[in-house]
Design a protein around this ligand. Sequence first.
Ligand code: MG
Length: 306
Amino acid sequence: MTTYRSKEEMRDGFEVYDDRFKEMLPEGARLEKHFTGTRWAEGPVYFSDGDYVVWSDIPNDRMMKWSASEGTSVFRQPAGYTNGNYLDREGRLVSCEHGNRRISRTEPDGTVVTLVDSYEGKKLNSPNDLVVKSDGTIWFTDPPYGILSDHEGHKAESELGACYVFRFDPATEELRIVGDDFDMPNGLCFSPDESVLYVGDTGEPRNIRRFDVVDGERIANGRVFAEVKPGAADGFRVDTAGNVFTSAWDGVQVYSPDGELLGKILVPEQRTANCVFGGPDKHRLYIASDKSLYSVVLNATGAQTP
Ligand code: MG
């Protein structure tokens, strides 16, 4: 992925392809920039208790924190080259770490513990993104981006020799493969009722597929949901209506539950990586994009809990 976008291509604004997206834009909607200075921003997670966002700056091996009242600070460094982050149902931070090739959890006292780092005795590649289901299980993707070079982790060979989507149950410590037909599985997200799992592939073919969730623990009937261009779907979230807000190189693209492109939130950076709904009412979409953190208030409500 060596293509760079020109200055003319890097712009903000909104592109409306469908009235459903127009209705998501409040009067005077605008993209706000909160911080610039990361090398590659990823994995935003919102803490309602304190009204702040934490996100990863992977090549700098640090996590950042931003709030309207206190601005930006370093949340953790070194950070194990974290990528995707999520909160579990108890409000604890759960993170994908490229550097330690693990899923970690930050306990209330600040201790960072390993939840899982291997499958059948073989190290994970470099967990990329995760989601915590309402039953407490952690579903995550494991492409090799963190071990391909020392840029976003530590260069190493893959022990697994494949890139899976996993389901980990912290209660039983069982790690199970739920998806094995991916090239580079990356972003993932459940539909609001958890009947569907969306998984982005940033390899080939480059798309988002949707799967039926069977018995709450398996996936089946994969079919292409969207081919996100330009770029790829690195990370995404859903609103309560089931619309999918996915990253792309030009910003955040919004798709209806049946895969129709409704509109775009353009972001003036090279590549947008991930997003998360936040704010007291979950109307504010925070966007981690290359060097910066942005947000935009929408007439849409994030479905994520907590
Ligand atoms: Mg990702």
